[in-house]
Design a protein around this ligand. Sequence first.
Ligand code: FAD
Length: 142
Amino acid sequence: MGDACHKINPSGGHGAVTAMHDAITLANLIYSMPTKTSEDITAIFKEYQEERYPAVMESFKNSQVMSKVTSRGITGAVVLFLATRMPMWLWRIMLAKTVRFRPQVGFLPNIPLQGSVVPVVSPSEQKARALFNRQQHAAASI
Ligand SMILES: Cc1cc2nc3c(=O)[nH]c(=O)nc-3n(C[C@H](O)[C@H](O)[C@H](O)COP(=O)(O)OP(=O)(O)OC[C@H]3O[C@@H](n4cnc5c(N)ncnc54)[C@H](O)[C@@H]3O)c2cc1C
């Protein structure tokens, strides 16, 4: 996970947060593993890749664009010229695409939604949350 499997240009300002979301996703999947067999370990890594790939690609593409904005030379100057004149509504669309991927730790109390961008459903979080709720319920009924 993190930079070890996806290099995101620092100008995107999204490498660390993407690495943390990788860690959250993997922790959720490990937590909700039914058994610790090698088949289950293989299966969760498959789920992990499926869930994280679209998010990582979004950060990667965004960082490529931002690297052009900050690059020197004619390309950088042209992209910077356009970027500084881009309407705010277009910026919002671009930024919303990157912040919509934000999984939570499913085995901790849920943090209520804040902000205007609704997060993409995280299957790993849902799995961990369902197990966590069951465990909380079982503990409360003892
Ligand atoms: C200039 C700059 C600005 C950035 N700005 C931002 C920003 O604003 N926002 C943002 O989200 N991201 C930013 N990033 C990106 C962010 O820093 C990285 O994406 C993030 O640190 C990746 O975390 P990681 O844990 O995957 O890897 P790393 O932080 O690289 O951690 C890997 C660790 O493993 C250690 N290690 C390596 N090999 C071994 C070994 N063989 N044995 C033991 N340990 C080893 C290394 O010493 C290191 O401590 C920026 C990066 C740079 C360079």
